[in-house]
Design a protein around this ligand. Structure first.
Ligand code: FES
Length: 174
């Protein structure tokens, strides 16, 4: 299983590199998307305070920067979790109980679809079809597919990834 690459470093070094790229492109309005891409690559999202810095340095309005960040789905304004849960609400899944699965995910995670848990472990998203309709209702967690889901199966799926994250911390600490 391949882990998410969305959990990015927010260390000082990343911010220093971002500042360097912003300064290098000072006054170059045409570099906006390229600079935002760099920020996204380094942090995994484009925080509002960095949007302000980009706008000031490149000489574009903050609303223009915000417009680009919100228009392109590649850009995100919030950090994403280590595990991205995609809950399919496409027709095949919907009629087989996907809304109940989603409601249970939201309840157990304590977040709404589109949000990330405070510990940064899970981001919950809604998608329209995961291309596995025969297994409906389906969720994916990063690249893992969990088919024939039910709300009762939600706790065990979440625990699987909580334990996985814990064991990674333990291994890293030994
Ligand atoms: S509708 Fe859910 S996988 Fe296709």
């Amino acid at each position: 299983m391949t882990e998410s690459r969305e959990h990015k470093c927010e260390c000082l070094e990343a911010y220093r590199d971002i500042d360097r790229v912003i300064q290098k492109n000072r006054g170059d309005r045409g570099a906006l998307i390229q600079v935002l891409h760099y920020v996204q690559e380094r942090l995994g999202y484009v925080p509002r305070n960095v949007q302000v810095r980009v706008a000031q340095a490149l000489g574009v309005s903050l609303s223009e920067v915000y417009g680009v960040v919100t228009f392109y789905s590649f850009f995100r304004e919030k950090p994403r979790g280590k595990y991205i849960i995609s809950s399919c609400q496409g027709t095949a899944c919907y009629v087989r109980g996907a809304p109940e699965v989603l409601a249970r995910l939201e309840k157990d995670l304590g977040i709404s679809a589109g949000d990330t848990t405070e510990d940064g472990l899970f981001t919950l998203e809604v998608v329209r079809c995961l291309g596995a309709c025969g297994l409906a209702p389906v969720i994916t967690v990063n690249k893992d597919t969990h088919g024939r889901m039910s709300e009762d199966k939600v706790p065990s799926v979440l625990n699987l990834y909580r334990k996985k994250a814990e064991s990674e911390v333990t291994v890293a600490g030994t």
